[in-house]
Design a binder for this molecule. Structure first.
Ligand code: NAD
Length: 400
């Protein structure tokens, strides 16, 4: 779903037609046909899209997704969301995204390496000039970012690199750290209770989901349910998250871990305090949102709630903490990695986590104040603040 379908963005842009015209479109959309021969018999053909939505505030920043369902529309939506995420949190980047339409589960490390090398080959000019700075997303990992670095030898041209290859301590945990911090701050400000002891259900146990669980567990919350594509597990007393992470690392999934089984649909409608969709977009829809029993939804994934579901949750008085705040820890850490790469100054994971907490904390205070002042939802307040920032930057650059 495009953020431009949301009324808060439309309202800010209603008073500025020039800004609306620029922002409703993307600055650049590139369509690539990636063909690679793995051996003399095996050809891989994949469509790929690279979208720079808006670079008024800085270079296009956004992950590379490898997934069978990638489309140009999805890549554009995600690039737009990045424009607003970096603007809300004050990170000096613009919004970008890449999507390679291929089932990442059918690719081993060797095949992924070839695919990414071809992507680098085709996008070389933009990567070298720093116009676009990629990072991992669904289907890509620090390993693929190391391939990009290895081909270009420019430390700041890519973030999310592995430790020891210019990577940042705390980067792999960063998005989950920010999600858990957002949940803790929102519990305290909106539910008027500390997060310790609150029952949390997390959909998705990849990079974002697993590290979100880790930090929630560390903060004393009870993670009662988690799921992945194959389904989920439940324990009303709270799952043993460190053991589950070890199991996930060893087996590649949740299957075989002790606990009651539940489906992804059951997880979304579980009786809990905080629901954290951390898998993919559009999981809370007009069909699933009615059944949500949580008191608060923290959007750990990008765009997990449709516009219709937002309306349903608002009518049920369920608080929604928007993705552009909740999952901004990843891009905040990416900014530190980029800055460190440029300056050569090393940073510790403690400093990274502190910076994430402080940055999200400040943005959340601004959201709370505006939402109180104008009687808006948190999502509307976040999007209003972000849109105003982007419009101001376009003004400063003489674009409007
Ligand atoms: P990932 O590929 O590491 O993990 C995705 C997880 O979700 C896996 O456990 C997978 O099995 C599960 N999943 C996928 N489809 C599902 C479905 N239909 N139902 C239930 N589970 C499903 O991806 P990730 O990096 O953790 O990203 C997850 C989401 O967070 C995406 O929306 C991504 O754009 C967003 N995000 C990621 C980062 C980051 O730093 N990785 C930063 C910001 C936002």
């Amino acid at each position: 779903m495009s953020v431009f379908d949301l009324d808060a963005v439309k309202n800010v842009l209603a008073g500025n037609e020039n800004a609306r015209q620029i922002l409703m479109r993307s600055e650049k959309k590139t369509i690539l046909d990636i063909n690679i021969w793995l051996d003399s018999k095996t050809l891989i053909v994949a469509d790929a899209y690279v979208v720079y939505h808006n670079t008024a505030r800085g270079p296009a920043k956004g992950g590379i997704r490898i997934d069978a369902n990638v489309t140009l529309e999805e890549t554009t939506d995600l690039a737009e969301r990045m424009t607003f995420k970096t603007a809300l949190t004050g990170i000096p980047f613009g919004g970008g995204k890449s999507g390679i339409r291929f089932d990442s589960h059918k690719l081993d490390t060797y095949m992924k390496r070839h695919l990414i090398q071809e992507f680098v080959h085709m996008m070389r000019a933009d990567l070298v000039s720093g116009v676009y700075i990629p990072a991992p997303d669904m289907g890509t990992t620090p390993k693929e970012m190391a391939v990009i670095y290895g081909d270009l030898h420019i430390p700041e041209c890519v973030t999310g690199k592995p430790l020891g290859v210019g990577g940042l301590p705390g980067r792999k945990e960063a998005t989950g750290r920010g999600v858990a911090y957002s949940a803790g701050a929102a519990a305290s400000k909106c539910l008027k209770t500390e997060i310790k002891g609150l029952r949390c259900a997390v959909q998705g146990f990849g990079n974002v989901g697993s590290w979100t669980c880790y930090f929630l567990h560390q903060m004393g919350a009870k993670v009662t349910a988690v799921s992945d594509l194959a389904g989920g597990i439940f324990n009303k007393n709270g799952l043993d998250i460190p053991a589950l992470m070890q199991h996930g690392e060893k087996t590649g999934g949740l299957a075989g871990f002790e606990g009651d089984r539940l489906t992804n649909e059951e997880l979304l409608s579980l009786d809990c305090d905080i629901l954290l969709p951390a898998a993919r977009e559009d999981v809370l829809t007009d069909k699933t949102a009615n059944a949500v029993k949580a008191r608060m939804v923290v959007e750990a994934a990008n765009g997990p709630t449709t516009k219709a579901a937002d309306e349903i949750l608002r009518n049920k008085d369920i608080i929604v903490i928007p993705d552009i705040l909740a999952n901004s820890g990843g891009v905040i850490a990416s900014y530190i990695e980029w800055r460190s790469a440029k300056s050569g100054v090393l940073t510790s994971s403690e400093e990274v986590f502190d910076f994430i907490d402080t940055t999200i904390g400040k943005s959340f205070e601004r959201i709370l104040a505006l939402s109180k002042d104008r009687k808006m939802t948190h999502k509307d307040a976040a999007l209003t603040l972000a849109t105003e920032e982007v419009v101001a930057a376009m003004g400063s650059r003489g674009w409007i």
